[in-house]
Write a protein that binds this ligand. Structure first.
Ligand SMILES: Cc1cc2nc3c(=O)[nH]c(=O)nc-3n(C[C@H](O)[C@H](O)[C@H](O)COP(=O)(O)OP(=O)(O)OC[C@H]3O[C@@H](n4cnc5c(N)ncnc54)[C@H](O)[C@@H]3O)c2cc1C
Length: 414
């Protein structure tokens, strides 16, 4: 059994969940982040909790679509020109991850993390907060009459069959009943039962923080600058303090790479940018979260309005957001709901911590086993984050996990 003091770097969904699991197991846990919980990517996501999704982002048939996407400056995927060479090796791995044999393996690992997502959220934040902030009424995927059939439909069917996942076809009448005022060209759809969404990702992750502090955990607002191995344990240097600890959990999202690069570890972690437009005071009352894949966005009814989110952008981590990518969601939302009226949109950009195979990295750092890796939830942190955290916490506690950790090891990228 390793010692008692743990620092968790990062107060996103993964770091906060790990910290709470460790605290509940009796560890002396400090979370370090310059921001309050959900100050990074966990703040502005679409909030979808997709327990019954096991399909990765890279899928068969997608490669053929990439050139078309890249030609469209407002399309669902963009690589800023000067970044293309840099991101090439990552994209090459992404393409390899999209072969059907690998996709099916990845889907097993995704299923393992996602399937109990709702139960884990309830465990983390308690039944009352869960009922207040999470709806589990299915997720709707819509298509327009003239949308081409999805190229990866066959792979999606195989994944569903492999895991016994149910979808229900929606007829035109269902769609109009569920979404009054929706545009007439939206004629096809499915609902995935068992999935759902949170009405406020920031408050949801903040609720883990509240529970953590109430149960004796410590939060400090500092930035970790360096991890220095000691004969036993680790010295964690921040902008203002030093912490001597037995274990460190690196859950710093896209910034995780910076903290471990001094240890000679290479990890293909990219900052996959996404955007949202928050539309306050909408005159429509959505009961379901929806996605319209052909137009590259999803819509989630949240406490402070309608959140329209999506797109992927690869560029330097430090370059400023391209607000047009968020702004484009406003006319897209109006095209979907022609009579939509709302207040002044608020725009946001976030960076998904993404590995090419849609799976996170979990496990100890080779040669420095007191460093535990906990990042890379890509598009799925609000879904897979709690189970990822459980797996990380089990590793720190040296207890056997209900999920096999092997598919998430860093050595898959050797
Ligand atoms: C547009 C968009 C929509 C999305 N929609 C969904 C969705 O519907 N469903 C879903 O499941 N997922 C979704 N995601 C993905 C999800 O948001 C992420 O996977 C998740 O938030 C990642 O959580 P994290 O804890 O790993 O990272 P983060 O939330 O980014 O947290 C990392 C934290 O580390 C801190 N940190 C960094 N460096 C340091 C340092 N040196 N010292 C101290 N602290 C540090 C940061 O301040 C930050 O708070 C979406 C993402 C985007 C961008």
């Amino acid at each position: 059994m390793s010692g008692g003091k743990v620092v968790v770097v990062g107060a996103g969904v993964v770091g906060m969940s790990t910290a709470l699991f460790l605290r509940r197991a009796g560890r002396d846990v400090t979370v370090i982040d310059p921001f309050a919980p959900a100050g990074g990517c966990s703040y502005g996501n679409a909030g979808m909790i997709s327990a019954n999704n096991a399909a990765p982002i890279a899928m068969p048939g997608m490669v053929a679509r990439v050139p078309g996407w890249l030609m469209d400056p407002m399309g669902p995927l963009i690589v800023r020109q000067r970044y293309l060479l840099k991101v090439m090796p990552w994209l090459a791995r992404w393409i390899r991850a999209g072969r059907i044999d690998r996709v099916l393996q990845i889907s097993d690992a995704m299923r393992a993390l996602n399937r109990n997502s709702h139960e884990l959220w309830r465990e983390l934040v308690g039944a009352e907060r869960y009922a207040e902030l999470i709806r589990r009424n299915g997720q709707v995927h819509l298509a327009a009459t003239d949308d081409m059939p999805a190229r990866n439909a066959d792979a999606e069917r195989r994944i569903r069959e492999r895991h016994g996942l149910e979808v229900v076809q929606l007829g035109q009448d269902d769609i109009r009943r569920m979404f009054p005022g929706i545009a007439p060209d939206i004629t096809r759809g499915i609902i995935v039962p068992g999935n759902g969404y949170t009405t406020n990702p920031r408050r949801l992750v903040g609720s883990i923080g509240e529970a953590f502090v109430a149960e004796g955990g410590q939060m400090v607002s500092e930035r970790v600058l360096k991890l220095v191995p000691r004969e036993r344990g680790m010295l964690v240097l921040t902008n203002t303090s030093n912490y001597v600890v037995d274990d460190v959990v690196v859950a710093a999202g896209v910034w995780s790479k910076d903290l471990i690069k001094g240890f000679g570890v290479r990890v293909p972690l990219e900052a996959e940018r996404g955007y949202h437009a928050m539309l306050p005071n909408p005159n429509i009352d959505l009961q379901y979260t929806l996605t319209l894949r052909s137009r590259g966005f999803g819509m989630t009814p949240m406490e402070s309005g309608l959140r329209v989110a999506g797109t992927v952008e690869f560029t330097n981590r430090e370059s400023p957001p391209d607000e047009r990518r968020a702004q484009q969601f406003v006319p897209k939302a109006k095209r979907l709901f022609p009579s939509l009226i709302h207040g002044e949109p608020k725009l946001w950009m976030g960076m998904r911590p993404s590995l090419p195979d849609s799976l996170p990295v979990v496990g100890r750092l080779p040669r420095i086993p007191c460093v535990h890796l906990a990042f890379g939830s890509s598009h799925f942190g609000m879904t897979a984050g709690p189970a990822t955290a459980r797996l990380v916490a089990d590793g720190v506690l040296e207890i056997k996990s209900a999920i096999d950790v092997a598919p998430y090891h860093l050595d898959r990228f050797r």
